[in-house]
Design a protein around this ligand. Structure first.
Ligand code: SAM
Length: 253
C-alpha cells in the first residue's frame, strides 16, 4: 500500500494553501503545459490518476469528454472533488496497482502524482492495457532533477543572497526519497530520464512529445525569482501513444 500523505491534516491544510495561490508553479507552468498536450477529447473516455480536487477532470468534460473518472488515494481530496465536480465518477483507490480498473479509456492523464508510484514499469504496463488502441497516456511529474538529491532539492546562493545555481546530487541513484515538503517524511520516488523513457518504451508506448515548461517573460518581469527555473525546470511532462499496431509488428510494413 502506498503512502497516503494527503489525508494527513497538517499536510492537507498546507497543500491547500499552496494550491490557493494563483501564482503557483502549478498554475503558471504545469497546467498550461499539460493541457497543451491534450488530444481532441470530444466523445472520449478519460481517466485521471491522482486526480486530487478533480479540477482537471472537470476541464476534460468541458473539452467534450463523454465520460471522466478520477482516481485518488486520499479521501480528503476526493471529498472536495465530489462536491466541486458532480459530473465526474471518483474512485478512492491506490493507483500503484490498477488491476481494479475494468473499463477501457481513450486517454489516461496523471498530473503531478506518478512520482508517488514505486513500480513505474508495472504502472505504465497497466495503463497500456487500460487504453484503447490509438489512446494516449499524458502525465506530468516533478522534474527528475528535483527528485534526485537524497537530502532534498537545494539552491546555491551568491554572497548577495541571489540564486546562482541548482545543486544537483544523487541523480543516478534511482529509488525512494523521504522528503520534507509541508511535513517531514513525504515519500516520493526518483527516476532518471532514461528510467522513465525506457519504462514507457518497454510497455509498448511511442513517446510523441516531452515538455519541461519554463516561466514566461511576463512572469519573470513580475517577479524575478522565477528566473531560477531557467537553471532547472520544475516539471517533466510526457505524451505517449498506444499505436493501433504494436511496435513489435511495425517491421511488417
Ligand atoms: C500534487 S497532487 C495533484 C492533484 C491533481 N492531479 C492536480 O494536478 O491538481 C497529487 C495527488 O496524487 C494523489 N496520490 C498520491 N499517491 C497516490 C496513489 N498511490 N494513488 C492514488 N492517488 C495518489 C494524492 O492524494 C494527491 O491528490
Amino acid at each position: 500500500m502506498s503512502q497516503n500523505i494527503y489525508d494527513n491534516q497538517k499536510f492537507f491544510d498546507g497543500y491547500k494553501k499552496l494550491r490557493d495561490n494563483p501564482f503557483s508553479a502549478n498554475i503558471l507552468e504545469e497546467k498550461p503545459a499539460l493541457f497543451s498536450l491534450a488530444p481532441d477529447l470530444k466523445d472520449k473516455a478519460v481517466l485521471d490518476l491522482g486526480c486530487g480536487y478533480g479540477e482537471n477532470c472537470e476541464e476534460f468534460l468541458r473539452l467534450g469528454a463523454k465520460r471522466v473518472a478520477g482516481v485518488d488515494i486520499s479521501e480528503k481530496m476526493l471529498d472536495i472533488a465530489k462536491i466541486e465536480n458532480p459530473g465526474v465518477e471518483f474512485i478512492n483507490a491506490d493507483m500503484s496497482d490498477l488491476s481494479f480498473v475494468k473499463d477501457k479509456y481513450d486517454v489516461v492523464f496523471s498530473s503531478l502524482a506518478v512520482h508517488y508510484v514505486e513500480n513505474f514499469s508495472l504502472f505504465v504496463e497497466q495503463i497500456f492495457n487500460i487504453l484503447t488502441p490509438g489512446g494516449y497516456f499524458i502525465f506530468s511529474q516533478e522534474s527528475p532533477l528535483t527528485t534526485a538529491p537524497i537530502d532534498g532539492a537545494k539552491w546555491v546562493k551568491d554572497e548577495n543572497g541571489n540564486v546562482s545555481h541548482y545543486r544537483l546530487t544523487d541523480y543516478s541513484r534511482s529509488g525512494k526519497r523521504s522528503t520534507s515538503w509541508i511535513v517531514d517524511g513525504v515519500v516520493k520516488y526518483h527516476r532518471t530520464f532514461s528510467d522513465i523513457i525506457n519504462a514507457l518504451c518497454d510497455a509498448g508506448f511511442v513517446i510523441e512529445k516531452a515538455l519541461e515548461p519554463i516561466p514566461t517573460q511576463e512572469t519573470i518581469n513580475r517577479d524575478p525569482k522565477w528566473e531560477k527555473d531557467l537553471h532547472k525546470p520544475n516539471f517533466l511532462l510526457i505524451k505517449a501513444k498506444k499505436y493501433y499496431i504494436h511496435k513489435e509488428n511495425l517491421d511488417m510494413f
